[in-house]
Write a protein that binds this ligand. Structure first.
Ligand code: ADP
Ligand code: MG
Length: 696
């Protein structure tokens, strides 16, 4: 063996983490799940919070009603079952001053990760329950470390994952930070840093990983948040500028032919908001520019009809229009309602889904390739290559957040740059929308069609279970239908959540044995899911036990009860979407949240119980949970921020916007040598978006 082979390779930012001390294949895999592949990624894996150990209280000083943070050693621990079947992990902590019981309901698995004699840092509420008890909001297992090491400094807490604890991550970062930091060179231009008054990247990374005070950690974080916001601003301003130059679209003419006929035959009047939004859309479609518009409207605000009018404008100009929905069931639902609305106009829409037989598909393909006006409704089967449009003039994407960026773009890329209308029921505040969707124009449906029954919403404790179920049964007795929603499909040893599968067994054999019920969840094959939903829609099923798969756009007017178990497990916006499944008919509807929740959760749920305004709820959700949860899926196409929060970091966002303005005004393609390092990092982070800068 040569001597070189035994010498560890010199560390570089692109060195795979597997070469790092303390990282074997298992840890490397866990790191990969956290998005950390190279040594450089490790530097950007920054703490999501800090425990300021200098503010730790003594256990003896905790009083019921207080919030507090303590550090103590586990003197005993165990899992307790309760009468209601919930399992609780409990530990008793001791410090020099005394002992306190800490209790984690529903987390029996902690028994495997917390050992006797481990030192825990726990913060939470103190309450009185057979003595003082701490209800942990957060905790950090410091392992068997001496209290002393944590005392008196700021403790970085890293996002962790199964099989890789915060503590191990901290150890790995600690071991390499000194070697890695000097490898990082500044990539933002000096003037930009100076204008925003943020530290250089090297300083910032040191500050976020190893702060000497919380203030320092925040200073470092500000720099990282600023650069994220700056990058997104650069990309979006560039996209907008390019769009302005190149976005020539179809010049439709408002002939008032089909659209007027639809208006005259509609069984209802358009709301003021629908009329306004249609004026905005028509103005776009009748201009030289290509429309790229996002229509935001709460569940039930009547987006479909807006899409339909827009489609008719395209058709009366001799073009085809396509409406894409995220599931087959939704496509069918649109198909049915649109067919009815268009009957007086003698227009029959076409349906394109994945389950079309080969022959029907071929016939449709021939029909669509022919450049004659048509309205096509479908799933993502619409964008598969076989679907060629002879003359696509308008592409509408319903529930757009359900699609990946690529799928969304693919429909717009069909034909000769059709106008594009994206629709979403996830309402977000305008300032945030502008940041996230800076390259789109926004329309807002902020008015509900009249005549809706308000939905009675209530939070009921576990002790009311029987009464709640009886109520549901009475509604079914009146001929109505009900949903019961659970957060998970199956029970697991990791949690004590009630699961849809088990509860379906219990409900359908017990309280609802006389009713017809069915189970719906995401692991069923798509055809089976659709078949169940069809039977529910047709009234053959009284009680649908489900996970959140029912959340998208389903319209069953006869369903009047939405019962949600473990409401603490859902985001407010998600609850709002679920509630939107009822209250669609003439009968009074109910949304019942069932379960015992912590005081904090109750506070959060009260926002939902007290409001039917999707915007207000989304805003509260953002404040409480942050962006990541609201948008969930990475593929949503919304640039995800790791550090920044455009809503909370409003000032930084303003500074980033101003900086991007200045940079692009002076150097629109970011071609100047001074901007090269920034452009390189921009390219590494947003590889695909960087194409924007290739044109200029
Ligand atoms: P969403 O915005 O959630 O997609 P939909 O388009 O499905 O809402 O509309 C919900 C219901 O409201 C549909 O049954 C639709 O026919 C009805 N609707 C839409 N606009 C009006 C209106 N202006 N007046 C009365 N009902 C309306
Ligand atoms: Mg809809």
């Amino acid at each position: 063996m040569s001597r070189d082979a035994t010498r560890p390779p010199r560390l570089r930012l692109d060195t795979p983490v597997t070469y790092l001390k303390g990282v074997g294949p298992v840890r490397a895999e866990a790191l990969r799940r956290l998005g950390v592949v190279t040594a450089g990624d490790l530097l950007y894996h920054i703490p999501h919070r800090y425990e300021d150990a200098s503010t730790v209280a003594s256990i003896a000083s905790l009083e019921p009603g207080m919030q507090g943070t303590v550090i103590g050693r586990v003197v005993s621990k165990g899992v307790l079952p309760t009468r209601k079947g919930l399992r609780i992990f409990q530990a008793v902590l001791r410090d020099d001053s005394g002992m306190i019981e800490v209790s984690w309901p529903g987390q029996p698995y902690l028994d495997r990760t917390i050992a006797k004699d481990d030192v825990l840092l726990v913060s939470g509420n103190v309450r009185f329950f057979h003595g003082r008890q701490l209800q942990p909001r957060e905790f950090v297992n410091l392992g068997d470390e001496e209290n002393g090491t944590a005392q008196g400094r700021v403790l970085s807490v890293y996002p962790a994952t199964e099989g890789l604890s915060f503590k191990v991550i901290r150890g790995i970062i600690d071991a390499h930070l000194g070697e890695l930091l000097p490898l990082v060179t500044e990539y933002l231009p000096q003037e930009v840093l100076a204008a925003a008054a943020v530290p250089t990247i090297g300083d910032a990374l040191r500050m976020v990983h190893r702060p000497t005070s919380l203030a320092e950690a925040l200073e470092g974080r500000a720099r990282l948040a600023f650069e994220e916001l700056l990058f997104v601003q650069l990309l979006q301003q560039r996209a907008k500028a390019l769009a302005r130059e190149t976005r020539r679209g179809i010049h439709f003419e408002n002939k008032r032919d089909l659209t007027t006929r639809l208006r005259e035959s509609l069984p209802f009047q358009l709301t003021g908001a629908q009329a306004r939004v249609l004026r905005e859309i028509f103005a776009d479609m009748c201009s030289e520019r290509r429309m790229q518009r996002l229509l935001q409207g709460d569940v039930g605000s009547g987006k479909t009809i807006v899409a339909l009018f827009s489609a008719l404008l395209a058709m009366e100009n001799g073009y085809q229009a396509a409406l894409m929905a995220p599931t087959e069931l939704l496509a069918e639902q649109h198909m049915r309602s649109v067919t009815k609305l268009l009957e007086p106009l003698a227009i029959a829409p076409l349906l394109v889904t994945g389950s079309l037989k080969a022959r029907a598909r071929k016939e449709l393909a021939v029909r669509l390739a022919n450049p004659a006006p048509a309205l096509v409704i479908g799933t993502h089967a619409l964008v598969q290559e076989a679907t060629l449009f002879g003359r696509l003039g308008l592409a509408v994407v319903d529930e757009q957040h359900r699609f990946g960026v690529e799928q969304r773009k693919a429909l717009g890329a069909k034909g000769e740059s059709p106008d594009v209308l994206l629709m979403t029921a996830t309402p977000i505040p305008r300032s945030l929308a502008l940041t996230l969707y800076g390259d789109l124009d926004l329309s807002l449906l902020d008015e509900r069609p009249p005549g809706r029954q308000p939905i009675t919403t209530a939070l009921r404790p576990e002790s009311a279970r029987e009464r709640v179920l009886q109520f549901v049964d009475r509604e079914i007795g009146k001929g109505r239908q009900a949903y019961v929603v659970y957060p998970v499909i199956e029970e697991s040893e990791k949690s004590d959540l009630k699961a849809a599968t088990t509860m379906f067994e219990i409900l359908s054999s017990g309280p609802f044995s006389e009713r017809s019920s069915a189970l719906l969840h995401g692991r069923l094959p798509a055809e089976e899911k659709d078949a169940i939903m069809r039977r529910f829609r047709d009234g053959a099923i009284d009680l649908l036990v489900a996970t959140t798969v029912i959340e998208v756009g389903i319209d069953v007017p006869n369903a009047t009860v939405m019962l949600i178990e473990h409401p603490e497990r859902f985001g407010l916006s998600q609850l709002h979407q679920l509630r939107g499944r009822v209250g669609r008919g003439a009968e009074a509807s109910f949304c019942i949240l069932l379960g015992d929740v912590s005081p904090e959760t109750r506070q959060r749920l009260d926002v939902f119980v007290g409001s039917e305004d999707g915007f207000e709820i989304a805003r509260a959700d953002l404040d409480l949970r942050g962006m990541g949860d609201l948008f969930g899926e990475r593929q949503s196409g919304v640039p995800t921020f790791r550090v920044a929060d455009p809503l909370r970091d409003e000032l930084l966002n303003e500074q980033a916007r101003a900086a991007a303005d200045r940079l692009l005004a002076a150097d629109p393609g970011l071609d100047a040598p001074a901007n090269a390092p920034m452009r390189r990092v921009l390219g590494e982070r947003y590889a695909r978006s960087l194409e924007l800068f290739r044109v200029g």
